[in-house]
Design a protein around this ligand. Structure first.
Ligand code: FEO
Length: 166
């Protein structure tokens, strides 16, 4: 069955959010590389890659359903943050925005009586729990150590390992 127009529209709206998160995280990667926080940089580069995977999952699903994915124009991201905490808080904001977007997609798919899209979105529902978890925990940790250069470099080292899956 063809994708309902409302479902197609909301999935296209979510695509903007996923691609936006990708480019925002790339901006954080550039920022932290310049600031020599190599671990934070590696973490956000990894997250940018994950956001692209999310976006492509939606693109491919829409294509599978005969829909028309719309690829958004790039909006230049911020590449300078006054402190690491600003970036981590911004990341949490993006994750919350993406979660709300997924819930809106789900509500629209349910309303359109589209069980395939409801099923498809379950992966994102679970993924967003994980995404909000790291974003919230890391923002709290950076808040806690914000006055300590040593603490910041220690956490940077930890995220370097986390980015490698260690
Ligand atoms: Fe794709 Fe982190 O939301």
């Amino acid at each position: 069955m063809a994708l309902h127009k409302d479902v197609e529209a909301i999935l296209n709206k979510q695509l903007i959010k996923e691609f936006d998160a990708e480019i925002v995280y790339l901006g954080m990667y550039v920022h932290f590389e310049k600031e020599l926080f190599k671990g934070f940089a590696a973490w956000f580069l990894k997250q940018a890659g994950e956001e692209r995977v999310h976006a492509l999952k939606i693109v491919n699903y829409m294509l599978d359903r005969g829909g028309s994915p719309e690829l958004p124009a790039l909006t230049a991201p911020k590449v300078d943050y006054s402190a690491p905490l600003d970036a981590f808080r911004a990341a949490l904001g993006h994750e919350r925005t993406n979660t709300s977007g997924i819930y809106e997609c789900l509500a629209k798919a349910q309303k359109a009586n589209d069980p395939a899209t409801v099923e498809f979105l379950q992966w994102f529902v679970k993924e967003q729990v994980e995404e909000e978890k790291w974003a919230s925990e890391y923002a709290q940790m950076v808040e806690r150590i914000k006055g300590s250069v040593g603490g910041m470099y220690q956490f940077d080292h930890r995220l370097e390992k986390a980015a490698k899956g260690e």
